[in-house]
Design a binder for this molecule. Structure first.
Ligand SMILES: [Zn+2]
Length: 184
């Protein structure tokens, strides 16, 4: 049904903002939810025989966390950097982390929520810096470095770990994502 490249068994270490939460899959007769409970990330299906794979509620949960968190970080860093953007758009791209459009929109991939906080900030700073320097010139990296002294470590982190984050929760068709209701 889904060409997910990774299966996510119970107990899988789900990364969220740099911490690993054990995946727990349960069923409830109440509202279906996804929530962090202590050290676990619990997916509460409405039925013990769900029609969709566990990735579906997880993708939606991460995307909602991204919609809450990333605009805050962007607002914070834009003020520090003295730049102005138009909109923050949370994207579900298959291989890109982010981009900055000529309309001054900042696009950020929700999967960055699986990275540590300082890597999330690096991505935000990187895209915001493109509002001033639409390239990857020395001037661009100097600007990034002014707000993230460890940007080299953070690009390295993304290079080494990023691919895996795309494999854990691959892009799913919208028709499947919207198949079931979840409160998350
Ligand atoms: Zn760039």
């Amino acid at each position: 049904m889904i060409k997910a490249r990774a299966t996510l068994p119970e107990g899988y270490d789900m990364p969220f903002r740099g911490k690993a939460y054990k995946l727990k899959i349960t069923s409830t007769l109440d509202k279906p939810t996804v929530q962090i409970r202590g050290d676990s990330l619990t997916v509460n299906f409405y039925t013990p025989h769900p029609k969709v794979p566990v990735q579906v509620p997880l993708v939606r949960w991460y995307r909602n966390r991204a919609k809450e968190y990333l605009p805050q970080r962007a607002a914070f860093w834009a003020e520090q950097m003295g730049v102005r953007y138009n909109k923050i758009i949370i994207k579900d791209q298959e291989s890109r982390w982010g981009s900055c459009s000529s309309l001054k929109n900042i696009n950020l991939n929700w999967r960055i929520m699986m990275a540590p906080d300082d890597v999330i900030d690096y991505l935000v700073i990187h895209e915001l810096a493109h509002l001033q320097e639409m390239n990857h010139s020395i001037r661009f990296w100097r600007l990034v470095g002014r707000f993230d002294q460890h940007f080299k470590l953070h690009t390295k982190w993304l290079k080494e770990n990023g691919r895996e984050l795309f494999l854990i929760l691959p892009k799913l068709p919208v028709s499947i994502l919207n198949k079931v209701t979840f409160y998350c």
